[in-house]
Design a protein around this ligand. Sequence first.
Ligand SMILES: Cc1cc2nc3c(=O)[nH]c(=O)nc-3n(C[C@H](O)[C@H](O)[C@H](O)COP(=O)(O)OP(=O)(O)OC[C@H]3O[C@@H](n4cnc5c(N)ncnc54)[C@H](O)[C@@H]3O)c2cc1C
Length: 588
Amino acid sequence: MADLPRRKFDCLVIGSGGGGLRAALQLAQAEATVAVVSKVFPTRSHTVAAQGGINAALGNVSPDNWHWHMYDTIKGGDYLCDQDAVEYMCRAASKLVYELEHAGVPFSRLDNGMIYQRPFGGQSQNFGGAQAARTCAAADRTGHAILHTLYQQNIRARTHFFDEFMAIDLVQDDEGFVLGAVVLEIETGEVMIIEAKTTLLATGGAGRIFRNNTNARINTGDGLAMALRVGIPLQDMEFFQFHPTGIAGKGMLISEATRGEGGYLLNKNGERFMEKYAPRAKDLASRDVVSRSIATEVHEGRGCGPNGDYALLKLDHLGADVIMKRLPGIRDLCLNFLHIDPVKEAIPVSPTAHYTMGGIPTNRQGQVVAPLGNRSEEPVPGLYAVGEAACVSVHGANRLGGNSLLDIVVFGRAAGNHINEFLQQNRYHRPFNPASAGRAVARLARWERTGDGETVAALRAEMQTEMDAHCGVFRTAKVLRAGLEKIRAIKARLPNVRLRDHSRVFNTARIEALELENLVEVALATIHSALAREESRGAHMRMDFPKRDDDKWLKHSLYFMANERIEFKPVRLRPMTVETFPPKERTY
Ligand SMILES: Cc1cc2nc3c(=O)[nH]c(=O)nc-3n(C[C@H](O)[C@H](O)[C@H](O)COP(=O)(O)OP(=O)(O)OC[C@H]3O[C@@H](n4cnc5c(N)ncnc54)[C@H](O)[C@@H]3O)c2cc1C
């Protein structure tokens, strides 16, 4: 253990999606030494797949104002958002989008040269009035444009990249300071310690706990599980967003931009059913509402196709010009995976697991804050988290489309600034005792031998199928409890998985086993939190408790891995400078 190679940096950033890269940029530009580790080449991070766009109240297409954006975000989150964080994000949005524009993001343009903005779900003018157009877009490849720009800027600022390295676990000293992480070079299997004065988790979401999902294969919740293993709880994990329009049976995302541009949903009778569920916003109601509506249509026998299990998304009336110019990537997806041209035919869609609203609890500066041991909630020294891995909480019980790309750049930058301040006052590394890397090294050592059980791939598929079946759009205590037992049984079988089979080399299977360990912990956190919350709010729909209950449940859940324990903490209802938006009934 003592002879593991060690590298030293001011800051270790784990994850090179938009969140990690925006933070790294802020640090590198201030001349801190920054290491970014990523399981994949940076521009392959899931941010690259974001299609629709990034929200900011620029007012280029409809009148707009950050205060309206703030209201929509809080209402969209079914009042579970921390309102100070939402105010911070919505106020910063325009500045951050212009900054991206100046850094080189090729946004689509209006005829007058301004940044193009499209309407997205849950957006309104004047606190719930007419539809707003707030989502700034680079055609339907906005995440691609942002991620590539941030990567180039980081190269210029001399950020140090460790591509295709997997972080295994955090390293912590006896006083609880986080001192970096143990990482594994995927190609060679070499292990190394990256020692840092500050460590930032930006590992993205955990959509891979479900079988039917829109996420990249790498989105296995590694950062969430790493936090759990050092005793940090995960917040609000019961809130998982199911996107209404995944390609039916396959899961890949058909962006909300399709409905923003004027597409709409139909059932088997050709009825535009969203008019019934959301008379004003119709197909642009928030995602939880639209997903439940599709599931209800299917459930009540009005689904399309031979099995009656999907809805149709109609775009052909938009015309070839709009589709080619504004939605070219969506058209490619449909041609490649469905052999359907949306210029002519409707797209079969059904809800698919999409976004992890919960995550590692942080404050506005990106510091991880948690009640640990018998202490009350306070920052975990040396540790930060941003992006989909974090829960700050701006998305509450349901995220609005276009708010996540915003979240990652706003809080990536804020965390970078806070880390810089910390570095000014803490010029030296803390003493490093190699023994503190023991947890991570032991975890790796467990996977030096192969078991004789099923393959990693088979066990993972089983876990994902159980999560789809037991923790989906509609939930009940009975089904959740059955799911919990299934996932616990899968966890018990995990140590015995077989790492050698004809389709995988040992090292690849070992990486997948490490990922599956993380997925199982995140799945357990999700089911436990879903069982604990006995109300329906945002994306969490309990058939046995169908109403929102603010008296009892206007609070965040915290799941601790030790003893699979749940605690709660209050929602911060007080914004920074404006008046609070008190909870009221949510209609679209
Ligand atoms: C298909 C799709 C479309 C979307 N469209 C939009 C949209 O239009 N607008 C919007 O606002 N949001 C959208 N979202 C959501 C948004 O894109 C994501 O929430 C956001 O990009 C996440 O960024 P991130 O930086 O937190 O993580 P990611 O971009 O997911 O990056 C995670 C990084 O962590 C690394 N990593 C993970 N584990 C480890 C480990 N153990 N060791 C080392 N590295 C690790 C990965 O290699 C990767 O670099 C979309 C999401 C999807 C899936």
